[in-house]
Design a protein around this ligand. Structure first.
Ligand SMILES: [Mg+2]
Length: 339
């Protein structure tokens, strides 16, 4: 793949690529999230899934990963527009997300994403997120709400990179939005590290540089050591011929640091973007989350055209992904003008 023109990619294209890529990876993995590699191969052939497979009664279905990523973005946009605290804005958005999971349709006073019928759909939401938000208390890295290191924080964090004004701020906000629901350091530090990687890609870094910078920033902060170790392991894995068996021996992705590492290994180690996306989901672990993170990295690095055109056209929630991308780009442009 020719990546020499990556610096010419517009900010909006990177945002679109990030959100669209996340949704595509999420939908590729949705139908096989709870399947073993053996069962995936038995059902779909030796290559596993090679396209979207029906799930949730739809031909193409995203899951909670995409739903929560959209709410993260909306929370950041609204807080930035109001000049209020970004992390509190994301928390408010998760309260709205929570209501979409408790009701069949929007109430008359719902606004934003919460007012959309299509967001009121249960797509295997993570228990940690549901119980943390239901509890009503905002966790922080210093005052953890639980001991969860599930991947529910890292899989929804990417939009943070588009409002952060520095790699350090991307780390800080990424970790703090993660700790709202995930108290273990690996739960929120994996979110911080991905946020830094996406921030670097946004500024034209190659995938290799962005990923290494994610580890470098994490290494300078308390709580980051384990995620650094997993990123290093992912870089090593990327030098080998990656397939489902190799990923299964490496990790499953149910926890944040493993989900990030599997996605990193696939996008670093597999040159063809379609092959990288398919490898990121065809394993026994948390396929939709590893696919979502892989898609966010590839889409931010190269823009939306890196993905198969029929995947872009068929993805669920395409209109909402586009609308939120435009909102994020508008807020980003304003924040940059303010600097
Ligand atoms: Mg999911």
């Amino acid at each position: 793949m020719d990546t020499s023109h990556s610096t010419a990619i517009s900010e909006l294209a990177r945002i679109r690529g990030c959100l669209l890529g996340g949704a595509i990876g999420d939908a590729l993995g949705a139908g096989i999230e709870f399947g073993s590699l053996a069962s995936i191969r038995a059902k779909y052939g030796p290559a596993g899934v090679t396209d979207f497979v029906p799930y949730y009664g739809r031909e193409v279905a995203v899951t909670d990963d995409t739903q929560m990523t959209l709410f993260t973005a909306e929370g950041l946009v609204w807080a930035a527009e109001a000049d209020s605290d970004l992390v509190e804005g994301v928390w408010d958005a998760y309260l709205r997300w929570y209501r979409t999971q408790q009701t069949r349709g929007p109430s008359h006073d719902a606004v934003g994403l919460e007012a959309l019928h299509s967001m009121h759909s249960l797509r295997a939401p993570g228990n940690t997120c549901i119980s943390a938000v239901a509890g009503g208390r905002m966790g922080t890295p210093a005052d953890p709400i639980n001991n969860s290191k599930g991947c529910g924080a890292v899989m929804r964090v990417a939009p943070v990179a588009f409002v952060a004004s520095s790699a350090e701020e991307a780390w800080d906000i990424g970790c703090r939005t993660g700790a709202l629901t995930h108290g273990h350091r690996c739960g929120w530090s994996s979110a911080g590290a991905l946020s830094v990687m996406i921030w670097q890609l946004r500024h034209g870094s190659t995938l290799d540089t962005a990923i290494r910078n994610g580890a470098s920033v994490a290494a300078t902060h308390d709580g980051g050591a384990e995620v650094v170790d997993w990123i290093d392991r992912a870089i090593e894995l990327a030098s080998r011929p990656i397939d489902g068996d190799l990923i299964d021996r490496f990790g499953a992705g149910w926890v944040g640091e493993e989900a990030l590492a599997i996605a990193v290994a696939c996008v670093l180690g597999i040159e063809d973007p379609e092959d990288a996306m398919l490898a990121s989901v065809n394993h026994s672990g948390d396929s939709d989350s590893t696919g979502s993170i892989a898609g966010q990295l590839l889409g931010t690095a190269h823009g939306p055209d890196v993905f198969r055109s029929d995947w872009r056209e068929r993805i669920e929630l395409a209109d909402i992904l586009e609308d939120i991308s435009l909102q994020l780009a508008t807020v980003h442009a304003r924040r940059r003008a303010d600097d």
